[in-house]
Design a protein around this ligand. Structure first.
Ligand code: SAM
Length: 292
């Protein structure tokens, strides 16, 4: 087997050879612990017939482990300077495709359809750049890609918000959005020492299993998300105050909002953080006729 990329000595040698300097603005914190990498890949339950999508391969530490344990890996890397490095470090592995693009701007759905034709099981596995964790996760879910799920490293604090339950301080529109599409679990807490350079925040690995159908059924998905975001705009405010101040022409529609809350059996004095996803679905459907 080829020597692992993700050891402190090999990583240092690769970086020095190429005169690579980290760009903090691109969230470049590379993993230098093969044990952690293998555990991340374990959580993805790949087989030799699986495909893997990686966001931000860096110098290929995780990519290499994915290549050893799947049929094909497609990786999106924004930093041009890493392309020649990846070409060299991943040279022993033919089953890869490195795409030089900002994943947020990429047409991931078309790329997945093209690159994974004939592959049924596809997982996203990534050590995400922390400055764009949430937009990347939301894009992957909203694009409704044909994936089984996502296993990714991210800030522990964001992992807590994603997995939060109603009635807790971390529960908010991000928890609802991710739990709407997926079953969510935190599978690992990761120390700073396994990265170079070490990030300023603690990290965690989460596993998101994409649901066959969303957790709740609503009349209009976009409006459901508008209602959930509005309800958390100011956490200390009541749901009634947030909805009247945040929904379009909400102030003029206070009576209708009160009617919808009553139809949904939700006290207007409750706070958004106390509502379950199911209650938000009923509320959003009750409000919908007044806002189309
Ligand atoms: N996978 C490598 C590892 O685990 O060692 C590197 C992970 S590092 C946390 C994040 C990587 O994402 C960097 O290589 C960075 O250049 C890349 N990146 C940052 N923003 C990106 C974007 N918008 N699209 C694609 N890649 C991005």
């Amino acid at each position: 087997m080829n020597k692992d990329i993700a050891t402190p000595v090999r990583t240092k040698a690769i970086l020095e050879k190429h005169g690579f300097s980290f760009k903090k603005s691109l969230g470049q914190n590379f993993l230098i612990d093969t044990n952690i990498l293998n555990r991340i890949v374990d959580h993805a339950n790949l087989t030799e017939d699986s495909g893997a999508i990686e966001i931000g391969p860096g110098i290929g530490a995780l990519t290499e482990q994915l290549l050893r344990r799947s049929k094909k890996v497609v990786a999106f890397e924004i930093d041009q300077r890493l392309l020649p490095i990846l070409e060299e470090t991943l040279a022993p592995y033919p089953n890869k495709k490195i795409i030089h693009q900002d994943v947020l701007k990429a047409d991931v759905a078309s790329i997945v359809a093209e690159e994974f034709a004939g592959i049924e099981d596809v997982m996203v596995v990534a050590n995400l750049p922390y400055y764009v964790t949430t937009p990347i996760i939301m894009k992957l879910l909203e694009d409704k890609l044909p994936i089984r799920g996502i296993v990714c490293m991210l800030q522990k604090e964001v992992a807590e918000r994603i997995a939060a339950k109603p009635g807790t301080k971390d529960y908010g529109s991000l928890s609802i959005a991710v739990q709407y599409y997926t079953e969510t679990e935190t599978v690992m807490i990761v120390p700073k020492t396994v990265f170079v350079p070490q990030p300023n925040v603690d990290s965690a690995v989460i596993r998101l299993a994409v649901r066959k159908t969303p957790r709740v059924s609503v009349k209009d998905e976009a409006f459901f998300f508008t209602v959930t975001r509005a309800s958390f705009a100011q956490r200390r405010k009541t749901i009634l105050n947030n909805l009247t101040s945040q929904l379009p022409a909400g102030k003029e529609k206070k009576e209708q909002i009160l009617t919808a809350l009553s139809e949904a059996s939700i006290e207007p004095t409750r706070r958004g953080e106390t509502l379950s996803i199911e209650e938000f679905a009923v509320l959003s459907d009750a409000l919908y006729p007044y806002f189309i």
